[in-house]
Design a protein. Structure first.
Lengths: 606, 343
């Protein structure tokens, strides 16, 4: 999981970005002249290409996409940020892949797999004739190397956590030249979904760096194009700092369309670095970029209103959930009395339930998302129907019930003379606190402003404090100096495991009280246990039962007060074929190998 | 029109404008922070005198607006029913000049939402917010200018009168302040303060800071005048008759600076209003939901607001008459003092 994107604005980058598009346009002219290349467009006899269904496209052309920031790295071992993941996704491939549209697994580098009856052994058979994007053949040794790297503690790969099951790392064994066997210590609930997001690395390029202990430093953006390779649809072509990253077609890619033509269709993808959301909209509107994703509802309606040669798509509710949470950390002796006093309110479940009842979620959906979103009462959005617990209550907003709950919890609302009554606690102290939000996220700022007004109806005085995203994260995870916060999380997979470190009390993203040594409350202990149980249950229905219970506990105890989930809003030029946005990340580039330009040549000339 | 009557006219207009803002509660139909979630970004309503049948109404009326079904930004007027504007209605409570509680408003829609200048993202009445926002912005300008001028006058007069090394020290300090990038100073100051600053405190802080860093320019002007004034014959004569330093300053030298100080005041007020607006625009000034002209304009930082809702620019127009008034006043003041001296 990750923190949903903020838009850190950098003026300098914006200015450099303009030059970037100019240069990109010039290089586009040069490229159009270039010949298509002498690589085979159809499979030779030894290759087992994966044929994918979909509209038959025409080869050639390029698409230009804006990224909110520069990717930090091309190295999948160390890529926590969204933009790096988006770029790496186009350059790498995994053994088994989750189809972003169906949310089901499908064969990728492994053409088939078998699971033993006890759920402990996975046997994967590799596709024949696979080649890395530099033309070197890929075989079982690369798979073994990759997993050795992932599991090596000294490398500190982000993937390691997913590969340690029941305290023991997964064991990898070569069966024959085309087959690998994986053995787990305990059954793993996610089953073959495990292999998604674990790209197979080129041993011939990385083994030396690994032996020298420099693997993590490899794959910086400055890496020469011939020193970097993957199994994805595209490969590195050019990187210009502060301006753009250009990927070119991987001529050895292992997928083909229904007619047998090798994918991808496009010759190039150009990622421009455009730091602000508004600047991205302007560029898309002016035709400089071909695809826009991660759009806010308001910009979406601006674009929809003036739509000419592009079409906008509302893919429905995504997996992002926004919520309000209070500071429930156990603070040390140095804590000012003031903060400790406020925590007495926040720890009261009735207080949190009252806040939840007072929040007008429908208004959030209407005013913040212009109706392009859904109200939420739990962390699983309607965009993830398989895991959402239908049993969770959706109590309607009720100020009366909220006031009753507060009265039950010992809060009083004396009648003030000036008409504005102020809620007080048992000691007669007024209820005043602040909500921090990310200054770069206008949507969450608006939510906080609406909540501020809702809570005023209960007599609470709330201030909204917009903070720069990094200092906000620092306050939540390090200094713990805050009262309450509005934040959002976008899970990158529909499976509950992708949010494991949010719900486990030991998790770093267990936002209201991160990285606990022992669960602070009984219900947090229960959630820990349930998450552990669903992790190892092999039966889908049982996993769902465990996770449903987690959702019920969250809805009852309200450590997070869930607010709303925005729709996934994207747009593309009408000339882009096979454009099928999904609610899973990467929303538009998940089928990048099938995207094509309907009027390829004309576009390349632009 | 003589110079004097022009000056009086200008002062009268400015006075009327300020009075309007000071009594914002009376002229504003709504509470500036009240949200109307059914009417976000409602466009300005037109006042009509002639209805759809061509009938003329002596009392202005308007048509109620509602969001088109299924839309979240398009409004349509309900032309079937003309709603007369009601005058001297009772509404949201407010305080005149911050003291006298009242509920009487000049006009209102009588229960039907009426947004003459439109509404913002939360359905708050823009007219009410412009009027109340003016209170904060103008007060910041007036207090800031007052503060700056007092400091500038004292330091400038002393530096000019004393001369010598004291003058040197004060004037070098003034140069330092002139060179100070005050906006970064404010950023730094804001980072030191606690996370939450109540609106009133934030306001005072902004005013103090902009007032305290701006004194250098008036101080230099005052010093120049004092320097020349203290060498004039009547001052020397008074000194010869045994007048004390403080007598000389009060009776002979400071009156000479009056024209410069008044002119400076008329220039500085709009400058400080603008400074407050800049800070609030950047989110460093008075926090939402309290309106100021600066934080009302802050929503224009978003592209969609910029291209979709033209009425969100109106707070920027509101300051035009004020600024024009002050600048005309400054030039009239300069002119009238200049001629009187020649006479």
């Amino acid at each position: 999981m990750r923190c949903a994107p903020g838009s850190e604005v950098s003026e300098r980058r914006a200015r450099l970005g303009h030059m970037g598009t100019l240069l990109a346009a010039i290089s586009a002219c040069a490229l159009a002249i270039q010949a298509a290349g002498s690589f085979p467009t159809h499979a030779d006899a030894k290759e087992e290409l994966l044929r994918v269904a979909g509209e038959i496209g025409r080869p050639g052309g390029r698409i230009v996409i804006a990224l909110r920031s520069e990717p930090k790295t091309l190295n999948p071992l160390t890529a926590p940020d969204t933009t790096s993941r988006e770029v790496i996704g186009a350059m790498q491939a995994d053994l088994v892949h989750i189809n972003r549209a169906t949310q089901l697994t499908e064969p990728a580098l492994a053409k088939s797999w078998k699971v033993s009856a006890d759920g402990l052994q996975y046997t994967l058979t590799l596709r024949r004739g696979l080649k890395f994007s530099d033309g070197q053949p890929m075989d079982v040794e690369d798979v073994l190397f990759t997993f050795r790297v992932y599991l090596d503690e000294t490398v500190r790969a982000i993937q390691r956590d997913f590969l340690v099951v029941g305290g023991k790392p997964i064991a990898v064994r070569k069966v024959d030249a085309q087959t690998v066997a994986f053995t787990l210590a305990r059954p793993y609930g996610v089953a073959e979904r495990l292999f998604d997001g674990l790209p197979i690395l080129p041993r011939h390029l990385l083994e030396r760096a690994y032996k020298e202990g420099k693997l993590v430093q490899a794959g910086g953006l400055g890496t020469p194009a011939n020193q970097w390779a993957g199994l994805g649809a595209f490969r590195l072509k050019e990187y210009v700092a502060g301006q753009r990253l250009v990927l070119e077609r991987n001529p050895y890619y292992w997928k083909a369309d229904e007619q047998g033509s090798r994918l991808p269709y496009l010759d190039e993808i150009v990622f421009l670095f455009v730091p602000s959301a508004d600047a991205q909209v302007v560029r898309f509107q002016s035709g400089e970029t071909d695809i826009i994703s991660r759009l806010g509802a308001e910009n979406f309606s601006v674009l929809s209103r003036q739509s000419r040669d592009y079409r906008m798509a509302d893919a429905g509710p995504g997996l992002e959930y926004n919520f309000l949470f209070f500071n429930l950390n156990e603070l040390g002796e140095k804590t000012p009395a003031d903060v400790a006093r406020k925590q007495n309110w926040f720890r009261s479940e009735k207080f949190r339930q009252a806040v939840s009842l007072a929040i007008d979620r429908e208004a959030i959906v209407r005013l913040v998302y212009q109706g392009r979103g859904v109200p939420l009462w739990g962390p699983v959005t309607p965009g993830n129907p398989r895991w959402a617990d239908a049993g969770i209550a959706h109590p309607a907003r009720s100020l009366d019930k909220a006031r009753q709950l507060l009265a039950d919890a010992g809060f009083r609302l004396p009648n003030a003379e000036n008409g504005e009554s102020q809620l007080v606690d048992r000691d007669g102290k007024p209820i005043e606190f602040s909500i921090i939000t990310s200054a770069s996220n206008a949507d969450r700022g608006k939510m906080a402003a609406l909540i501020q007004d809702d809570l005023k109806q209960l007599g609470m005085r709330v201030q909204v404090v917009p903070l720069e995203l990094h200092s906000l994260i620092d306050r939540i995870t390090q200094t713990k100096e805050y009262d309450a916060c509005v934040l959002g999380i976008a899970s990158f997979d529909a499976d509950p495991n992708s949010d494991l470190n949010v719900w486990l009390s030991s998790g770093g993203m267990h936002l209201w009280h991160p990285s606990q040594k022992h669960p602070a409350t009984d219900w947090e202990a229960e959630i820990d246990l349930l998450m552990e149980q669903q992790l190892t249950a092999t039966n889908g229905a049982r996993r769902k039962k465990f996770y449903d219970r987690v959702q019920e506990i969250l809805a009852e105890r309200q450590p997070m007060i869930f607010l709303a989930s925005p729709d996934v809003l994207v747009g593309a030029k009408t000339s882009i074929g096979n454009f099928h946005p999904a609610v899973l990340e990467p929303y538009v580039l998940w089928n990048v190998e099938q995207l094509y330009q309907r009027n390829g040549a004309e576009n390349a000339r632009r | 029109m003589s110079a004097r009557s022009r000056l009086l006219f200008c002062v009268a207009v400015l006075g009327a404008l300020h009075l309007g803002v000071a009594c914002a509660g009376f002229f504003a139909p709504y509470d500036p922070v009240a949200q109307d979630r059914e009417h976000p970004y409602a466009p300005p309503m037109r006042l009509h005198f002639v209805d759809t049948q061509g009938q003329i109404h002596p009392r202005p009326f308007f048509y109620a607006q509602a969001l088109r079904a299924g839309s979240f930004e398009e409004y349509e007027e309900n032309r079937a029913r003309a709603i007369p504007v009601k005058f001297f209605v009772s509404g949201a409570p407010y305080h005149v000049l911050g003291v006298f509680p009242l509920r009487m408003h000049l006009f209102g829609g009588g229960g039907v939402p009426m947004y003459l200048l439109g509404s913002d993202a939360y359905g708050r009445d823009l007219l009410s917010r412009v009027l109340f926002g003016g209170q904060v912005s103008l007060l910041a300008g007036l207090i800031g200018a007052g503060l700056t001028l007092s400091i500038g006058l004292c330091i400038g007069a002393l530096a000019g009168f004393w001369g010598g090394w004291k003058d040197e020290v004060l004037m070098r300090m003034a140069e330092l302040f002139l060179a100070l990038p005050w906006i970064y100073l404010l950023f730094a100051l804001r980072a030191f303060l606690p996370l939450t600053v109540p609106p009133l405190q934030a306001f005072l802080l902004v005013v103090m800071v902009i007032g305290a860093v701006g004194w250098a320019r008036p101080a230099r002007i005052v010093r120049g005048i004092v320097l020349s004034a203290k060498e004039r014959d009547f001052v020397r004569a008074a000194r010869g008759f045994g007048a004390s330093d403080s007598y000389l300053l009060r009776k002979h030298i400071l009156p000479e600076t009056a024209s410069a100080v008044l002119t400076q005041a008329a220039i500085l007020v709009p400058q400080f209003v603008l400074a407050e607006m800049t800070l609030s625009f950047l989110g460093l000034g008075v926090p939402e939901p309290v309106p100021t002209w600066g934080n009302m304009l802050a929503s224009l930082q978003h592209y969609n607001v910029l291209v979709s809702y033209w009425w969100m620019y109106l707070p920027a127009l509101a300051m035009v008459p004020f600024f024009l008034g002050y600048l005309v006043l400054a030039s009239l003041l300069q002119g009238s003092y200049g001629t009187s001296k020649i006479e």
